[in-house]
Design a binder for this molecule. Structure first.
Ligand code: NAD
Length: 523
């Protein structure tokens, strides 16, 4: 059994439920990464010239292939990432199928030129339009927790907009990315237009320093900060999708039965290793005892085991390092007075990476479990007394990815959502908006910069070009050289005519500017 994924330039793909080594790879060298990016640059213009219609045709092939091979793909994802097979299907394969559908249906509307009417009187001879052009080569660096859906949704947005992509997947889950490459190539994406470079952090750093035109990074805040510095040094535009510490707020009018099920699923799905996991749960004091009884009862019914078994609710964690973080957060909470209601231990009988789903009560914001991303199967619950307090607690975090509010009163939930510092606020659901391809995904504060998914995800993949076209090519502009006293007077009149408060002053301005049309630029 091993937890080692990168040994002297070797990348090792491991099944974390059994410990079995699935495959080994050589890590891409710096020169291989540079060659890959150069090949992508060479291949990109033809991909762009192919046009949206033909690229949509290729995505249709991809969608059909995904559908046909959905079960095989789900098995691969489970074997490499550990999650239950039904989660692999629903939160990975289906998410990518829907993202493909979104690109097919929306690429034309988002990417077509857009006229920009203007009201600048002085420039009335000019008309403007926006063109959206691909960056060229997009570098994508992705994590292990959604090893298929995260790189695939970002890749689809980049490809449909005419970019080439070089993807560096997590060293923990290279096979999922290689499978994505195989499916895209089979569907008609040229090999050099989508390439995967396998490797670890050094490989990722080399990709950031290669001549890519934009970077889409998904991972931890710590790595995101390093990448932001490297990108800033060369003014490389970057989208950063980083960690979260998502709050769940259960208001006094919530349906406790429903909210308790949501908390259990939201905290433990993918063994708590989701950027949108419920990481902090705030429950109105009047509901807290019943809520805790229900979450404990429901948590005790969960089946932990090998994700390949369809009965399994929670699979293994990905990494020994991840287990140690979970253990340290739980130990810190208990040392500071939290109550352990269930779980709190490794499940050695099942294998090395299994941890029991854990519920903690009486937690406070002095504890790591409420401040740092735990990224494991732990549900810490804290009572609050007023909506005001709930908002203050939810916003008392360096993170701001998403949040959820639970209430029978939708208007109340929506009003409160405006006060939460997060990229997404869900009312009466958690996490699932990641599966809505139209919905933008991304955070505020330390949770990131920019958006993936939906229209905004497509917009991140293009440069905006404003094309200004003058309708009177034979006319010199009034504001060109040479200046002089009369011109200054006329211009002051023009400014008054446009912006003075009173009608009289505007009229006077109009009088002062007379003669301007007769002025000819002398140079
Ligand atoms: P990580 O930051 O350790 O690694 C992410 C990727 O970056 C990997 O491919 C890794 O090899 C690469 N990398 C590491 N150091 C690098 C460097 N210096 N330069 C370039 N590349 C480097 O994150 P992880 O452990 O793989 O993923 C878990 C984290 O990702 C969690 O914090 C989670 O919240 C976050 N995440 C965020 C989102 C989101 O959409 N906001 C989605 C999934 C995961």
């Amino acid at each position: 059994m091993t937890n080692i994924h990168s040994v002297e330039g070797r990348i090792v793909s491991v099944n974390h439920a059994s410990g079995e080594v699935l495959r080994e790879f050589d890590s891409a060298s710096e020169s291989e990464i540079h060659s890959a990016v150069l090949r992508a640059h060479d291949a990109q213009p033809a991909w762009q010239e192919l046009g949206i219609g033909k690229r949509i045709g290729i995505l249709r092939n991809f969608l059909r292939t995904l559908h046909a091979r959905k079960s095989e793909l789900a098995r691969l994802i489970t074997s490499e990432a550990g999650k239950p097979i039904v989660e692999a299907l629903l939160t990975e394969v289906v998410v990518v199928m829907d993202a493909t559908r979104f690109c097919i249906e929306n690429a034309y509307a988002v990417l077509r030129d857009q006229s920009i009417p203007h009201r600048s009187l002085a420039m009335k001879t000019k008309s403007g339009r926006l063109a959206r052009e691909p960056y060229g080569v997009i570098g994508i660096i992705s994590p292990w927790n959604y090893p298929f859906s995260i790189p695939a949704t970002e890749t689809l947005a980049a490809l449909i907009t005419g970019n080439a992509v070089v993807l560096k997947p997590s060293e923990l889950t290279p096979q999922c990315a290689l499978q994505l490459a195989e499916l895209l190539h089979q569907s008609g994406v040229p090999e050099d237009v989508f390439q995967v470079v396998v490797g670890d952090s050094a490989t990722g750093a080399a990709l950031v320093n290669a001549i890519i035109d934009k970077l889409v990074f998904t991972g931890s805040v710590a790595t995101g900060k390093q990448i932001a510095q490297a990108a800033a040094a060369r003014l490389l535009p970057a989208v950063l999708e980083l960690g979260g510490k998502d709050p769940m707020i259960v208001l006094d009018d919530a349906d406790v039965e429903v909210a308790s099920s949501a908390a259990v699923w939201g905290a433990f799905v993918n063994a708590g290793q989701a950027c949108l996991s419920v990481e902090r749960c705030y429950v109105h004091r009047s509901l807290c005892p019943r809520f805790l009884d229900l979450v404990v009862k429901k948590t005790k019914q969960l089946r932990v085991g090998n994700g390949m078994d369809p009965q399994t609710d929670i699979g293994p964690l990905i990494h020994e390092r991840q287990l140690r973080i979970v253990e340290s957060h739980v130990a810190d909470a208990l040392a500071q007075g939290a109550r352990l209601l269930t779980g709190g231990t490794r499940l050695h009988d099942l294998g090395r990476n299994f941890y029991a789903p854990t519920v903690l009560a009486d937690v406070t914001h002095a504890m790591l479990i409420m401040r740092e991303e735990t990224f494991g199967p732990v549900l810490p619950v804290m009572a609050f007394d007023s909506d005001e307090e709930a908002v203050r607690l939810a916003n008392d975090s360096e993170y701001g990815l998403a949040a959820s509010i639970w209430t029978r009163d939708r208007a109340r939930g929506e009003a409160l959502s405006r006060r939460i510092q997060a990229g997404t606020v869900m009312i009466n659901d958690a996490i699932s908006c990641f599966g809505i391809s139209e919905a933008p995904h991304g955070g505020v504060k330390a949770s990131g910069i920019g958006r993936t998914h939906g229209r905004f995800g497509l917009e991140e993949m293009v440069r905006i070009k404003y094309i200004d076209s003058d309708g009177l090519p034979g006319m010199k502009k009034l504001w060109w050289y040479q200046y002089g006293e009369a011109f200054s007077r006329q211009m002051a009149g023009f400014v008054d005519f446009m912006f003075a408060r009173s009608l009289v002053a505007r009229g006077r301005g109009a009088l002062r500017m007379t003669g301007i049309l007769k002025r000819k630029g002398k140079l």
